[in-house]
Write a protein that binds this ligand. Structure first.
Ligand code: URA
Length: 210
C-alpha cells in the first residue's frame, strides 16, 4: 500500500478549522468539500488518460482525456457523502457508486447494509471516500467489497487517519494495488475508537446531529 500524507499549509489550515469544536456544520461541510478537492488533486495523480487531438481556435494540438471505463467514486455512507461533492468537482465525469457499512453489534465486524455499485469493476479505477480512518474496519471491508467485484486499482481518500487504521488497512490489503491519501496522520485512537486529536464524529459534525 502506498500512503500519501498531505503536506501543504492550505490543507493544514483548513484541517485546523475543521478540528475546532466551535466550527458550525455549514462551515464544516464547505471546508470538507474544499479539502477533498485538494486531496483529490493528489489522489488522481495516476488517473488513466488517453491521447486526443483537438482544434484550438488557432491550430490543431494534442491533449488527453480521461480513459474509459470512467473512474468510479464510492462514498462510504453516511460520512463519506460529505466528501462526494468535492470529489465530483474534480472528476465530473466519474460514475458514483454507494456503500453503506455498519458495525454488527454482536460480531463487531463491519457489514454492508446498502450497496449500489456496478457488478464488474475490473478495469475501473476506484476512489473510496470516507473522512475518518479510525480502526480501519469499514474501509478495509469496503476495499475488499470492491476487490470481490474485480477491482484492482483502488485509492482511498480520508481527511484524517490514525496509525492503527493505516496499519489495519495495510495488513488487510497486502499484495494488492492500494493507495491511501490522508489529509493528516493523527496520533492514536482513544478507548472509544475516536481519533486523537481528531475532529470528533465526522457524520455528526457534517449533518448537525450534535
Ligand atoms: N469516526 C469518526 O467520525 N470520528 C472518529 O474520531 C473516529 C471514527
Amino acid at each position: 500500500m502506498r500512503v500519501h500524507v498531505a503536506d501543504h499549509p492550505l490543507i493544514t489550515h483548513k484541517l485546523t478549522v475543521l478540528r475546532d469544536r466551535t466550527t458550525t456544520s455549514p462551515v464544516f461541510r464547505s471546508l470538507t468539500e474544499e479539502l477533498v478537492t485538494l486531496l483529490a488533486y493528489e489522489a488522481t495523480r495516476n488517473v488513466r488518460v488517453d491521447p486526443v487531438t483537438i482544434e484550438t481556435p488557432v491550430t490543431t494540438t494534442t491533449g488527453v482525456t480521461i480513459s474509459q471505463p470512467r473512474p468510479l467514486v464510492v462514498p462510504i455512507l453516511r460520512a463519506g457523502l460529505g466528501m462526494l461533492e468535492g470529489m465530483t468537482t474534480m472528476l465530473p465525469t466519474a460514475e458514483v457508486g454507494f456503500l453503506g457499512m455498519a458495525r454488527n453489534e454482536e460480531t463487531l465486524e463491519p457489514t454492508t447494509y446498502a450497496e449500489r455499485l456496478p457488478d464488474d469493476l475490473s478495469d475501473r479505477q476506484c476512489f473510496v471516500i470516507d473522512p475518518m480512518l479510525a480502526t480501519g474496519g469499514s474501509l478495509s471491508a469496503a476495499v475488499h467489497f470492491l476487490f470481490d467485484r474485480g477491482a484492482v486499482d483502488v485509492t482511498a481518500i480520508c481527511l484524517l487517519g490514525a496509525p492503527e487504521g493505516v496499519a489495519a488497512l495495510e495488513k488487510s490489503t497486502q499484495g494488492r494495488d492500494v493507495n491511501l491519501v490522508l489529509g493528516a496522520l493523527d496520533e492514536r485512537l482513544d478507548e472509544n475508537g475516536y481519533i486523537v486529536p481528531g475532529l470528533g464524529d465526522a457524520g455528526d459534525r457534517l449533518y448537525g446531529t450534535v
